[in-house]
Design a protein around this ligand. Structure first.
Ligand SMILES: *Cc1c(COP(=O)(O)O)cnc(C)c1O
Length: 418
């Protein structure tokens, strides 16, 4: 988030009393930023082919956020019955929804077929299940197989999905699988889509482009063997990287499109329609959390800051701090960004276990009781991914939009009942 927007959010938080004794931590989303990113995605893709852009709902699963995407011409990628319900409830048309959950019960598949959303099948067992349910009907939306191209991992193993042993999709290079995949498409004319998603952070563009090249070529091979253009849609997933530290310069949507074109020059020649499923890239940098240094203390050589930001709002970071570092800044009680000599700090949360730290040994200007502590770039996979440890409630989240010279504040998730 840009400094001036952060400054305005901090000022608004203080002036409006959003952070209080009752609500010692809040989240905020820069709605204009999200809208700008959506516009950038639309502009980045060439006009030569049809594209259904979907927002990966799990990145920020608030109704007003999904609605914002829908109002700006985007569908939804959902991965559970709850996410599917959310998307439908805010008016995303079924035809613009793709369901990708790795495991689905028979009734979940039936419900998805009934409401007419697109579906990506994870494995051969699931293919049999869908086939049995389609004996007397034709699906209303494209159905695809999710392929694991086994092109490799990004820097974060737990969210890499194209490694040799990933739990996702049909591993392409497993003995006999290429033949079985081609046979599946031959046997089931309703299989008209193919899906790949390489990972959800730390995957370089070249790796993403390689995975997409693999399924593009596989789709051509399958269509050639069948002798018709049965596969019409390539669902190419999401995973555009975002900055993990303030110095990172992550690629943009235009770089992504260029990388696909560089690897597969004919990719946008209009033969295939596309689905995209970006999540993090739209919202990560749009979100912050604000809390106060409730108490500060020294223990041994540690300077500990006790706040309300802990595992309940940042579970990935607390349990795997090296993979998911959070950038933190400190502001005076009046909201001025602190600077000056930096000291190592442990920023601790409210959960009752010692490891509940959102940052350890972090160099920061001296944090004092009453200061504002800001967690940056938490719009994706944090604000909406609450973890209910210690019965700590989901935090209130506000949306901020620029309106003339001021900001308007809207509720994205109401503050908890206290
Ligand atoms: C999580 C996920 C996405 C979104 O990934 P981002 O890194 O947030 O862009 C897209 N597709 C699938 C199948 C996913 O699991």
């Amino acid at each position: 988030m840009q400094d001036h927007m952060l400054g305005e959010i901090v000022a608004a938080t203080i002036e409006q009393g959003l952070l209080s004794d009752e609500y010692p931590i809040i989240g905020a989303i820069d709605v204009d930023y999200v809208k700008r990113r959506i516009d950038e995605l639309h502009a980045a893709f060439p006009d030569t082919c049809r594209v259904q852009h979907c927002f990966a709902v799990k990145a920020c699963s608030f109704e007003p956020v999904i609605e914002l995407f829908a109002q700006n011409g985007m569908g939804a990628e959902v991965a559970s019955p709850g996410e599917l319900r959310l998307a439908l409830s805010v008016g995303v048309p079924a035809a613009s929804i793709v369901l990708d959950s790795p495991v689905k019960t028979r009734s979940e598949i039936e419900a998805a077929l009934d409401c007419g959303v697109s579906l990506n099948i994870d494995n051969f067992d699931e293919l049999d299940e869908v086939d049995a349910l389609l004996t007397d009907r034709h699906p209303a939306a494209p159905i695809g197989l999710r392929i694991n191209p086994q092109t490799g991992s990004g820097s974060v193993e737990s969210v890499s999905t194209a490694s040799a042993t990933s739990k996702f999709g049909i591993p392409l290079h497993h003995p006999d699988n290429t033949r079985r995949i081609v046979e599946a498409y031959k046997r089931h004319p309703w299989l008209t889509q193919i899906h790949v998603h390489t990972g959800s952070l730390g995957c370089p563009l070249e790796l993403i482009a390689e995975s997409i090249a693999v399924i593009h070529d596989l789709a051509e091979q399958i269509n050639d063997e069948i002798g018709s253009e049965q596969i019409t849609r390539l669902d190419i997933g999401g995973g555009l990287p975002v900055p993990l530290s303030p110095h990172d310069k992550p690629p943009q949507f235009t770089d992504y499109v260029e990388a696909l074109r560089a690897r597969t020059p004919s990719i946008f020649d209009g033969r295939f329609e596309f689905v995209t499923e970006f999540g993090r890239a739209f919202v990560a940098e749009a979100g912050v959390m604000l809390t106060r240094a409730q108490y500060t203390k020294e223990a041994g050589s540690r300077r500990i800051v006790l706040t309300y930001a802990g595992a309940q709002v940042a579970s990935r970071t607390v349990y795997d701090p090296d993979s998911w570092p959070i950038h933190i800044s400190v502001h005076s009680p009046e909201g001025l960004a602190k600077s000056g000599v930096e000291l190592p700090h442990d920023i601790a949360g409210p959960c009752c276990f010692s490891g509940d730290l959102v940052a350890e040994n972090r160099m920061l200007p001296k944090v004092e009781t009453g200061d504002l502590v800001v967690l940056h770039n938490v719009g994706a996979y944090y604000l909406s991914s609450h973890y209910s440890y210690n019965e700590l409630p989901p935090i209130g989240v506000f949306g901020l939009r620029r309106h003339g010279t001021g900001l308007t504040i809207e509720t994205i998730r109401p503050v908890p009942d206290t």
